[in-house]
Design a protein around this ligand. Structure first.
Ligand code: SF4
Ligand code: SF4
Length: 366
């Protein structure tokens, strides 16, 4: 775990408060998306497939602060789009820090060199740099040559200026465990605080659908990575039980309200990943009116292959609170990489294929 003690204690005391006050659905990380516009067009991106009038929209500083205050989560992640394009971003970040929330500013780093002096190092601010692997893999993933080199240059610059820096890595088809291990070694050499790593979610709106890894292949890949990792000292920015889930050892339902999303449309139902399920006007309305039971791997075909941290990290944290000994032992031993995996979830939904039609009338065949 790469997270500093101050942040761990703040989050732990927030979790205790939720438990003591009996709050059932509480947010852990606010996903604040103040714009969808990006200066890249990655193959697996589910965020940039909007017309120009939507890509030109921005959440204002005031709207961002209102979202942070309404939600109350101790951590705020600012993905996008590319947040550094937003003209008010330094003000937004300063406003979140003034509220003593931990902010992760997610960036592909192309603009970081130019904009870095708009920010001041703080224990509350982390640049989370998008890197999906070593040079060939990353440049292929973002569909542009030279991006890896610029991101690495930006990481070194930010570290040199005293900023907290993490790497945000998404894994796609064709990954090999030893290549991911080599990449994690490289991140540690760079001196970043930690790496966030997860399988890419198969966004319906992604330009390409053949890039995502699914089901048992994900778990086998992670077992291969963690097997190599037993002899390394990687700092991964996840709870031990989420990593154990990725390795196929935990059977979890998702906790979509753990990472609520506010973007230019409103509060997105039910989570950061699904974008066609409607919006709420306030965080309270999101919590009160979302049909949460409709979602999750077994309940909804759109969720079928999801193992994303924005859905399952909060579940793992909740499990850790209920079973601290299991969490502690998994932290010490690392995820299990041998033996049976938990069974694949059995869908409880019926695929909604179009019904056959007879003389213009749809007929249901039992
Ligand atoms: S994945 Fe990130 S960097 Fe790539 S196009 Fe989407 S928002 Fe931009
Ligand atoms: S499983 Fe949960 S987090 Fe994943 S897409 Fe479905 S609702 Fe969202």
């Amino acid at each position: 775990m790469g997270v500093p003690l101050r942040q761990q204690l703040t989050v732990a005391s927030y979790l205790m408060k939720q438990k003591l006050t009996g709050v059932k659905k509480y947010p852990l990380v606010l996903m604040l998306e103040p714009l969808f516009r990006c200066n890249l067009a990655c193959a697996g991106c589910g965020k940039i497939d909007y017309p120009d009038e939507i890509l030109d929209k921005r959440l204002s500083f005031e709207e961002c602060m209102q979202a942070v205050d309404e939600c109350g989560a101790p951590m705020v992640s600012i993905p996008g789009g590319e947040p550094l394009i937003h003209k008010e971003m330094p003000q937004i970040v300063a406003g979140i820090i003034a509220r003593k929330k931990f902010v992760y500013l997610c960036t592909n780093a192309l603009l970081l060199k130019k904009r870095i002096d708009d920010y001041k190092p703080s224990p509350y601010l982390t640049f989370s740099i998008h890197l999906d692997g070593m040079q060939d893999r990353h440049d292929a993933s973002v569909c542009q040559d030279g991006v890896f080199d610029r991101a690495v240059e930006a990481i070194k610059l930010a570290l040199g200026k005293g900023f907290r820096v993490t790497v945000n890595c998404t894994l796609f088809q064709g990954e090999k465990a030893h290549e991911v291990a080599e990449f994690l070694d490289y991140c540690m050499e760079l001196g970043v605080e930690g790496v966030t790593i997860a399988p890419g979610f198969s966004y319906e709106h992604a330009p390409r659908q053949d890039v995502f890894i699914k089901g048992t292949a994900v778990k086998e890949l992670f077992r291969g990575i963690f097997k190599i990792g037993k002899k390394r000292n990687w700092k991964l920015n996840h709870s031990s039980l989420y990593l154990d889930f990725l390795a196929g050892n935990q059977s979890y339902d998702c906790t979509p309200w753990g990472n609520p999303t506010r973007n230019v449309f409103g509060w997105q139902k039910p989570c950061y990943l699904l974008s066609d399920e409607g919006y709420a006007n306030s965080f309270k309305e999101l919590i009160d009116t979302t049909a949460w039971g409709k979602y999750g791997t077994v309940n909804n075909p759109k969720c079928a292959s999801c193992m994303a941290h924005c859905g399952y990290e909060a579940t793992a944290v909740e499990d850790m609170l209920k079973h601290p000994l299991k969490g502690l032992l998994t932290s010490i031993r690392g995820p299990r990489t041998e033996g049976d995996m938990v069974p694949e979830p059995i869908p409880q939904y019926v695929d909604e294929k179009p019904l056959p039609v007879f003389a213009g009338i749809p007929i249901r065949v039992e």
